[in-house]
Design a protein around this ligand. Sequence first.
Ligand code: APR
Length: 232
Amino acid sequence: MGQGNIVILTGAGISAESGLGTFRDEDGLWARHAIEDVATPEGFARDPGLVHAFYNARRAQAAAATPNPAHAALARLEAGYPGEVLIITQNIDDLHKRAGSRNVLHMHGTLAGALCHACDHRWTAPPEMTAEAPCPACSAAATRPDVVWFGEIPYGAEVIDAALATASTFVSIGTSGQVYPAAAYAQHCHRLGAHTVELNLEPSRGARDFNERAYGPASEVVPAWVDRLLGA
Ligand code: APR
């Protein structure tokens, strides 16, 4: 078993078997909602009530969901692996943390957070957010979910760049590889000489950047890969 750093990128596919819909699969969220209405700053400016309703529903759904064996396997990996394990997730649910993973970076924000777009104050989101709720710091009625929308800069770029530069293994799980910058991480690590692994239901757009691939439901392929790595 190697001891280098492992960087794991996760996407909606890892939470699919917990009952949370993906974005781009048939009947995914983007087949039922227009991205420009619910996942852009312009959409929020046009109709904040619609955007809050969308994220309130997702917050309730995520709260009712439970981590699946793929989330549990990654927590087991972090606990049992001698090197550093960092999960960079594009997901805004908290299932990695609830499964026991500690080193988790939410590059697209989280449903658990509220953000004031007048003063940038952040606080814990109530179950139901409204555009009229005043910011606890500046009292402006400018509350938005603390999630990163299309056209905004993902969180944690410096930490992510440093982790990718020193990763000996990069693993991509449950993501279609269509949204940048995350979609470029595999190619970047591959060029730097890391061992790259794709665990997904089907080959993603960047499948050729992976040295190792296993296709199937995350609840099966992720625990199997972790067991192999830990020599269980
Ligand atoms: N196990 C493993 N993979 C799965 C499963 C499963 N049970 N179900 C679906 N998948 C795979 C799909 O085959 C697909 O490749 O998960 C991937 C999900 O892709 P997307 O729906 O595009 O989700 P994601 O890649 O996370 O999207 C990235 O897009 O709209 C934004 O901000 C949103 O963070 C999100 C970003």
